[in-house]
Design a protein around this ligand. Structure first.
Ligand SMILES: Nc1ncnc2c1ncn2[C@@H]1O[C@H](COP(=O)(O)OP(=O)(O)OP(=O)(O)O)[C@@H](O)[C@H]1O
Ligand SMILES: [Mg+2]
Length: 210
């Protein structure tokens, strides 16, 4: 496939903070690059530092954030870029708007429960603070998360290892005709894309855990 023949699309990861969106997005980025595809990531936390700087976490601001991400994803997708978005995107309606705008839209529900994340994956201690009422407006605790009713794919990160989730995404992309090869190509230590909020090691690789 030459570059000009690449068919653009958007993989849209949605789920609670700590569910695994950036982790899988980062792995998918390297897989798509290994296939010679043009790829970009619009990560929720990173977007909030530039494109959506100044926006807060009210429903209105969250929706504005999602529409901005969708707008950029639409431009990229229609220019043949494999676009990966990973904002929490808690509201169904905003995700539906993104789907309408983008067209070639693969919605992936990255699922883990609040209990699982709070107990086993909460290094910043945000869930404990939210559960104790010390911070408010936290998705899944005292702010809504509307799970997708009809996503292209659900990843249960409470039972899947990250690489299994990655395999499931690649298989779905192959089924939908967006990639030709769904075998995992990039193993072991991965260079950090610089496009997600995952931690970076001194050598510029993706750090384990959060
Ligand atoms: N199958 C899986 N896929 C992805 N992450 C997993 C999986 N199983 C366990 N994890 C762990 O869950 C954590 C997910 O963190 P990550 O930063 O990817 O979440 P996030 O959804 O991007 O959160 P945020 O919305 O706060 O950015 C990591 O510590 C990761 O190792
Ligand atoms: Mg993230």
């Amino acid at each position: 496939m030459t570059e000009s023949e690449q068919r653009g699309f958007t993989v849209w990861f949605t789920g609670l903070s700590g569910a695994g969106k950036s982790t899988i997005a980062e792995m998918l980025f390297h897989e798509l690059q290994a296939r010679g595809m043009k790829t970009e990531i619009l990560d929720g936390d990173v977007v909030r530092q530039n494109l959506s700087k100044g926006l807060g976490f009210s429903k209105e601001d969250r929706d504005t954030n999602i529409l901005r991400i969708a707008f950029v994803a639409q431009l990229l997708s229609r220019n043949g870029v494999a676009t990966i978005c990973c904002p929490i995107s808690p509201y169904r309606e905003a995700r539906a708007r993104a789907r309408e705008m983008i067209g070639d839209f693969v919605e992936v529900f990255v699922h883990a429960t609040v209990e699982e994340i709070a107990e086993h994956r909460d290094p910043k201690g945000l869930y404990k603070k939210a559960l104790a009422g010390e911070i408010t407006g936290f998705t899944g605790v005292d702010d809504p998360y509307e799970a997708p009713q009809n996503p292209e794919l659900v990843l249960d990160t409470m039972v899947e290892e990250p690489v299994e989730s990655l395999r499931n995404v690649l298989a779905k992309l192959r089924e939908l005709g967006y990639v030709e090869e769904d075998a995992v190509m990039v193993e072991g230590d991965r260079a950090h894309s610089g496009m997600t909020d995952l931690r970076v090691t001194k050598t510029g690789h993706v750090a384990e855990g959060r």
